[in-house]
Design a binder for this molecule. Structure first.
Ligand code: AP5
Length: 216
């Protein structure tokens, strides 16, 4: 199964992609996670990406497309993958189409999650992530058993630098301007599956599985 997850910041793409890829043993390719890792390790890509990410802007297309192309050529992606947060511009979508064409494969579904803007803001402002294993939490909706520490590995939870109120507003505007046009792009290719992501994560996961597996 080859999947793409799109949707605004905070809609739950990462949460759902993680649940799906763990259950169905698919590689989870999250460009945001890959870039944050590069920033942490201060690689050349990380150094280029950092200022864009801190502002809530997109990282230049060429950087992200090269990262994704390289990852898709890994052996574990041969039988499927879930792309989370990529593509994010029409240029990235066109580049991905070319990459997949060269690999002689196609995408099965593009899942677009939607939810009202205020819900996105509440989710992002309450999000906490494990600085060590990357597990995601929310101070109200998905709290860890011990406040401030990861259930899985016990490390301290942190708040992302781009999760401040001002940056979140910018990220939502960037989404409307640069990423929302992908909805039409993929609808025209009959690949778009829209899922209302306002509700219990388990119920959304049920809808997600039903949507992608029923249609395959
Ligand atoms: P990225 O990491 O992709 O961030 P994003 O798209 O802004 O998405 P988020 O991670 O904020 O949200 P999400 O939808 O994954 O929600 P989550 O599951 O965490 O990108 C970060 C930056 O990297 C970009 O701004 C850009 O600079 C750069 N970048 C990345 N990809 C790029 C690309 N392709 N091109 C260029 N630049 C790129 O959930 C949010 C919170 O809500 C969590 O706390 C969670 O626990 C909670 N939650 C989830 N679901 C529910 C639910 N159903 N009910 C209640 N709470 C929930």
């Amino acid at each position: 199964m080859r999947l793409i997850f799109i949707g605004p910041p905070g809609v739950g793409k990462g949460t759902q992609a993680k649940m799906l890829t763990e259950k169905h043993r698919l590689p989870h390719i999250a460009t945001g996670d890959i870039l944050r890792n590069a920033v942490r390790q201060q690689t050349p890509i990380g150094l280029q990406a950092k200022a864009h990410m801190d502002r809530g802007d997109l990282v230049p297309d060429k950087i992200v497309v090269d990262i994704v192309e390289e990852r898709l050529r890994d052996a574990d992606c041969r039988d499927g993958f879930a792309l989370d947060g990529f593509p994010r511009t029409i240029e990235q979508a066109n580049a991905l189409e070319q990459v997949l064409k060269r690999m002689a494969i196609g995408v099965d579904h593009v899942v677009c999650f939607t939810t009202p803007r205020q819900v996105l803001i509440d989710r992002i402002s309450g999000r906490r992530a494990c600085g060590s294993c990357g597990s995601n939490y929310h101070v109200v909706n998905l709290p860890p058993k011990r406040e401030g520490f990861c259930d899985r590995c016990g490390s301290a939870l942190i708040q992302r630098k781009d999760d401040t109120a001002a940056t979140v507003a910018d990220r939502l505007d960037v989404y409307d301007r640069q990423t929302a046009p992908l909805v039409r792009y993929y609808r025209e290719r009959s690949l778009l599956r829209e899922i209302d992501a306002d509700g219990d994560p388990r119920e959304i996961f049920r809808k997600l599985e039903e949507t992608v597996w029923r249609r395959s």
